[in-house]
Design a protein around this ligand. Sequence first.
Ligand SMILES: N[C@@H](CCC(=O)N[C@@H](CS)C(=O)NCC(=O)O)C(=O)O
Length: 222
Amino acid sequence: MTLTLITLDWVPEFPRGFVRDLRVRWALEEIGRAYQVETAPMQPKSDVHRAMQPFGQVPIIRDGDLTLFESGAILLYVGEGTALLPEARRAEITQWLFAALNTVEIASAIWLYKVLAERWPEFFGPPTGEESKAFARQALKTKLSELQSVIQGHDWIAGDFSLADVAMVDTLRVLAGEGVLDDMPVLSAYVVRAEARPAFVRAMADHMAHWQAADVAMARTA
Ligand SMILES: N[C@@H](CCC(=O)N[C@@H](CS)C(=O)NCC(=O)O)C(=O)O
């Protein structure tokens, strides 16, 4: 069955060569898997696009009945059972995949957005100052309201409570603490619901006890 890769119908010059469909194309080339390409409009985002990717982004793949977004999840999926994801090294490869996307790409994005804002303020907002902070906050709020639409009417993000909720809620908690979710009742309730889980309560108690013990140990050596 031919896999379908969905990318944008158009982007300006500057991201060409770096749009994340590239990493999916690359993996598919490595494993010799044929694919066809479809496009989703860059602007305005279509309902069909958002039904596949709630943030209106790419890449997305369709493989039979399955539609999948997030480049990391797609790489894991297409790598399954191939030389790109040998079973013996699955955990290690997953670790480095997350390191790429969550550690290196986050640091890269923090820097890159400042550079891009200097070059193209019309796309990325002013590079510094309060206006820049307001622009970043607005971009974040857009993502959060898209996420809110996904969670609306559900307790958890993907069926029953799962690792996806552990990761998503722990990412949202810092924003809740900063008041960013104050006007987002669905996300606020999602965080509250998750934090009420006995496992979360136990984990948090142990987490805080650990830091308390560290303070005591440090005070002893001071
Ligand atoms: N974490 C996502 C990021 C996706 C992403 O940022 N996609 C960009 C292209 S590389 C996009 O679709 N931008 C258009 C938009 O945000 O409107 C992934 O890895 O798939």
